[in-house]
Design a protein around this ligand. Sequence first.
Ligand code: AMP
Length: 461
Amino acid sequence: MTHFNELGLGAPLLQALAAEQYVTPTPIQTRSIPPILAGRDLCGIAQTGTGKTAAFALPLLQRLSASGSRAQPGSCRALVLSPTRELASQIAESFKTYGRHLKLSSTVVFGGVSGRPQAQALARGVDILVATPGRLTDHLNAGAVRLDRVEIFVLDEADRMLDMGFIHAIRRILPRLPKSRQNLFFSATMPHEIARLADELLRDPVKVTVTPGATTAEKVEQRVIFVPASSKRALLADILSREEMARTLVFTRTKHGADRVVRHLDSVGIRAAAIHGNKSQNQRERALDGFKSGRNRVLIATDIAARGIDIDAITHVVNFDLPNIPETYVHRIGRTARAGAAGIAISFCDAEEKTYLRDIEKLIRKALPASGSLEAGAVTNGPFHAALGQDRARVPHAASRGQLRAAAARYDAAGPPPSARHGARRQGQGASAAGAVPDRDAIGHRRGKDGAGNRWRSRPR
Ligand code: AMP
């Protein structure tokens, strides 16, 4: 097994890694750090969660600190481009953490906040600049920074840059860089246009591919619940009322969908926050902090907003909507199985998403265990929902989780609803003989049908 001290990193970095309790380098770190230290260009095919940030940040810090040159006013020595503000802040944070025993300066610039303090930091000159392409372009146009002294250029999440429409901004930034420099290029996938960009950018690069996709998917316990689109919010509220879902990341396809889910959860007393492109930087930071600190145990996100967010200990990922790109499913569920942890992914699938499910199963090469029903009312007419509904009428808006659990417990104590008991008695048989064997659905609820054919569901005993 390789250790960090075998990769050529100096004592100040090893000390910082020890403080972070990093013991073993990840595969991309083992394979990238030595060639980057040697000054090679690198093309890394890897997604977040593989440890790629440290894979480029550690050798970059060491090279900058060894070269002895100093940042000139209005310029930087290393430029890291990242597609989202969250990812840019996390990368900048990583540079600070790993470089805490080195005398190198770093700053981060992104949109959505005032550009003035950023321009002031750039005016002083900075060793490492982490930036999103849009805001960097603004600063370049304003003459706040020059890029002609960049020694190392990092393009992170190149495929996501393409998805987000940043490719043109990047092409306009590239000519501002000096010809002689080291280039580090990272992308989770290699669509044609990204491969072309890599070809243009890199000189005789070392290629490192790590494929966490399949292994990540294997570690995550995955289930599908068939549910009509109109019942998804009620189903989500129901499963979130379970204690075990300590830190849940919920993916929705649209920004409005994310807001609707937050409002619905709020109405049943579950605190949640959403992050997506329509939120201000402050709102996003508050939502992320609340989730990290445990104040909100539910975070609703769109794919782009969630990209690159580094939050440990996510216990559950819920796909409120199934993604139409199967690789996105693998990315999403990978958020719950970081650094060796296991996790649970629950995907809601409505009638229109069945083809997406087929594509996903083809990609991960297995059929996912499924439960639920696409019939209207199949999920939300359950007695637990009824109990919840009544309680909600009495207990206000801010019903606590404890109150919700108590409502569920009261229901459990009372057993199935009168109609279910009646139905079974009327036929002189148990529920099973009534054609409604109580079984357990994907989230452990018992369920069945009453005599009138209405479905019911309970909390697990
Ligand atoms: P990244 O792929 O860069 O987003 O990193 C994913 C997560 O893994 C981050 O929380 C890092 O702090 C963490 N990490 C990176 N490298 C290591 C390592 N060698 N040992 C333990 N954790 C690591």
